[in-house]
Write a protein that binds this ligand. Sequence first.
Ligand SMILES: [Zn+2]
Length: 121
Amino acid sequence: MLLINCPYCEEERPELEFRHAGEAHIARPSGMAEISGEAFETFFFIRENPKGLVWERWRHVHGCARFFNAVRDTVTDKFVTTYKAGEPRYAVQAGPRSAEPAKVAAKTPRKRTVKNRESQK
Ligand SMILES: [Zn+2]
């Protein structure tokens, strides 16, 4: 079972106690009533959804019930870290757990496809 560290309870708890709450650090635009429909769509629905590291909001619904942020790798489903809501976006150091390996892996098949087409000529 996946264990998630709640930064408020300061302990790892089973994932069944938590609920995903979307992408973290989404800034709500000021003057919401005056923004265009396209700007509202972008704020409300459009998310990066990258392969690799993502910054997410989570809620410890069956514990302290508080929201917190987490950095999770979508490839391995491992949590890199969790931190309290309101704290600045966690900066990930370059290394094996950074987004770089996933980006490189995502680009590798495209390069192979190009090479295969060139070798067929
Ligand atoms: Zn908690």
